[in-house]
Write a protein of this length. Sequence first.
Length: 324
Amino acid sequence: NWTMENFIDTEIARIRKLVGPTAEVIGAVSGGVDSTVGAKIMHEAIGTRFHAIYVDNGLMRLNETETVYKTLTEGLGINLTVVDATDLFLGRLKGVTDPEKKRKIIGNTFIHVFEDEAAKIKPASGQEIEYLLQGTLYPDVIESISFKGPSQTIKTHHNVGGLLENMKLKLIEPLRELFKDEVRDLGELMGVPHDLVWRHPFPGPGLGIRVLGEVNKEQLKIAREADAIFIEEIKAHGLYKEISQALAALLPVKSVGVMGDQRTYEQVIALRAVETVDFMTADWYVFEAKFLKKVASRIVNEVDGVARVTYDITSKPPATVEWE
Ligand code: XMP
C-alpha cells in the first residue's frame, strides 16, 4: 500500500541505486518548499555527495538569504553553498524596465552564476558532477506533455533546461510523482520547518518583478520592507493559510501626501492578496477594513519613500497575480 513513509524509503533507495556509490549531484535551492524538500531527500539518500547552491540575486525578501542558510545547513544538515551575486544581477538589470526582458536577464544570469559555482565544486571523491536535482512536480510533468500554451513563458523561468545542455548533466526528479500537497506532507514528515512547508509561492524573478519599472537597491529596499510588514500582519492575524499568495508591488509613480505639516511627494505601494486553487484563476482576498487600515498606516509610517498604499481588487483573469 502507498504511504508517504513507504514513498520516502522507496525514493531514497531509487536515488541511491540510480546515482551509484560515487557519483555527485548538484541542485539549486530557492528557499521554497519544492527545492527544499528535494534537497532534503537527496541529502538523506547520498549525504554530502549532494551539493546545494543558493544564488542570492539581490531580489530576495527581507532576511531571506540568512534564513535559508540557517534552515538548510544548521536545521537540515544540507551541504549548501550561498553565492552573493547581487551586484551582477543589479548591474545587468540597470536601465531595464520591460517585464519580459527583466525575466530573461534574471533567468539567464541565474544560469551563468549557477554554472560558474557548480564548476568550482571539486568533490572529495574526485568524481565529476553527474546529476542535477530538479524539483519537478507531477502537474509540471503533465503540463509539459500535454500543454504548450501561453504559460510556457512563465515556465521557462523555473526550469533550468539550459543547465542540462551546457553542463551535460543528467536529471534527477524525486518529486515528479507528487502533487503540491503531497510535497508538503513529505516535507513535514522529513522535518522541514512548518513555516517553510506552508510558504506562499514566490516567483523566480523575485522582487525584480514587484519593483515595477527599473530595479535598483533603493527601490528593492522599499518593496522588501513593505512586503515584510504586509506578511507579518497577515501572519499575526492568523490569515496566512487562508490566503494563497500575498505581495506588495512598488509602483513607479509618485503621489502627493502630507506628513506632519510637510507636503510629501513619494511612491505608491499596491498590496495584493489572492485565493486560488491552481493560480490559473484567482479571486482577490476580502480583508476586513480594519486590517487594511493597520497595514497601510504601518507601511506609510515605517517605510521611507512611500506616501500612499492601495489594495488591488482585481480578479484573475483579467489581471494576473503579479503586476508585471
Ligand atoms: P501570474 O502573475 O501569472 O502568476 O498570475 C501566477 C503564479 O506564478 C507566479 N509567477 C512566476 N513564477 N517566474 C516564476 O517562477 C515568473 O516569472 C513568474 N511570474 C509569475 C506568481 O507569483 C503566481 O504564483
